[in-house]
Design a protein around this ligand. Structure first.
Ligand SMILES: [Zn+2]
Length: 99
């Protein structure tokens, strides 16, 4: 799992967040920052949003995989005819542009 990153208040450097620790130390300027409850809430929110995004991407991928699965089960001859039909449309458009 990708670690969460926060910006240092002092220098703007990126700090890796260890959720198990209450105090963060900036690797650039060494300033220490206390993880308050609001930060934990924020982190939980960020993680929740990220999980939602991941779920959305997974759903989209599943739709794509099902689509490819349907095509894969189709008769190769039908796929060939559809491809030729689509190519015919493209060639038609191109010949309109370059006539
Ligand atoms: Zn810093």
């Amino acid at each position: 799992m990708e670690s969460l990153k926060l910006k240092c208040i002092e220098c703007g450097g990126t700090m890796d967040v260890d959720p198990s620790k209450k105090v963060l130390a900036c690797p650039y300027c060494g300033s220490k920052q206390l993880m308050v409850d609001s930060d934990e809430v924020k982190i939980a929110e960020i993680n929740a949003n990220r999980d939602t995004k991941i779920q959305e991407i997974k759903t989209k991928n599943e739709v794509m995989i099902k689509f490819l699965d349907v095509i894969g089960k189709m008769d190769p001859y039908v796929i060939l005819i559809i491809s030729l039909f689509l190519m015919g449309i493209v060639v038609g458009i191109l010949s309109e542009i370059f006539k």
